[in-house]
Design a protein around this ligand. Structure first.
Ligand code: ATP
Length: 283
């Protein structure tokens, strides 16, 4: 299965079962100011929507992510940073059950993700994954893409509620997704995920191929989603400064392991770390 197909399976095209109710935002004091990895991945705070404990993830039995422990609370934006090849996409695919974990534990919305967990079941429980390639239905209109997956759900956002976050999509509702610009397509990918009113939102490199000015407009929308809907967001982003600006906390991966973690402001102030987050695995 391609990443696109897999992400569709995990995300927008699962039309049954009401989405879980959004929960109140957690306090933003759940960080780890020392920067030291917590022994059990524990971070004080509100409801935990995602917990990874000593996760090993990879391909063909070979781990590219090792001993990754992290948490995301309701209403929190957590940045997952690191250079190309660090293992960020692999981590998101494994959380979404699109890749089987090789070891460790994944807890999503209070339940374990195991080899038997099906991606569409996670989607029903309130997990939305916006993959790097956006995985839109290019032949469907903007309106249809947003509508996919919403039928028979009570706790979803109406189209006009979604458009409050993405007003630029309003005049494009009847345009086919394949005809949109890159920035518009990314908005639509986020809008489609938002329409499900996710409790856990996984966003992979939303800025890929987009102009910096578009990135600076788009990334803050995840902050608003977390604040207003209580969604916990795990944000993978190459634009490190922009990502940390909207995040509460961050983790920096290199060669598949956590090399730093802490409050976003602390990480943002560490210039060496920022440089290492952009460069290759030798950094
Ligand atoms: P990028 O920012 O470049 O997307 P990333 O941090 O998301 O990087 P991953 O895509 O998770 O990194 O890749 C981590 C490692 O896993 C890399 O060494 C990559 O070559 C390898 N990898 C990725 N996909 C596969 C695959 N399908 N089969 C085997 N190895 C893979």
């Amino acid at each position: 299965m391609s990443t696109a197909d897999a992400a569709k399976a995990a995300g927008a095209d699962e039309p049954t079962e009401p989405a879980a109710t959004a929960v109140d935002p957690a306090p933003r004091d759940g960080s780890n100011p020392t920067g030291a990895p917590p022994s059990d991945g524990a971070v004080p705070g509100g409801d935990v929507v995602l917990a990874l404990r000593h996760l090993e993830a990879g391909y063909g039995g070979l781990a590219v992510v090792r001993d990754l422990s992290l948490q995301v609370h309701a209403g929190e934006v957590v940045a997952l940073l690191g250079p190309n090849g660090a293992g960020k996409t692999t981590t998101l695919l494994t959380i979404s059950a699109l890749l089987p974990a090789l070891g460790g534990e994944i807890d999503v919305l209070g339940a374990a993700v195991t080899r038997r967990t099906r991606p569409h079941r996670l989607a029903r429980r309130g997990v939305a994954h916006v993959p790097e390639d956006r995985s839109l239905f290019s032949q469907l209109t903007v309106r249809e893409n947003v509508a996919v997956g919403r039928s028979r759900r009570d706790d979803v956002l109406a189209l006009d509620q979604v458009l409050e976050y993405f007003p630029a999509l309003s005049p494009l509702l009847d345009r086919r997704a394949g005809l949109l610009s890159g920035g518009e397509q990314q908005m639509l990918a986020l809008a489609r995920a938002l329409a499900r009113r996710p409790r856990l939102l996984l966003v992979d490199e939303m800025s890929l191929g987009l102009a910096p000015v578009i990135v600076e407009r788009l990334v803050p929308i995840v902050r608003r989603i977390a604040d207003e809907l209580g969604t916990g967001v795990l944000l993978v982003e190459q634009h490190v400064a922009v990502a940390l600006h909207v995040s509460d906390r961050g983790y920096v991966l290199n060669r598949g392991g956590v090399v730093a973690e802490g409050p976003a402001a602390t990480l943002a102030a560490d210039r060496d770390l920022l440089a290492a987050s952009y460069l290759g695995p030798e950094a």
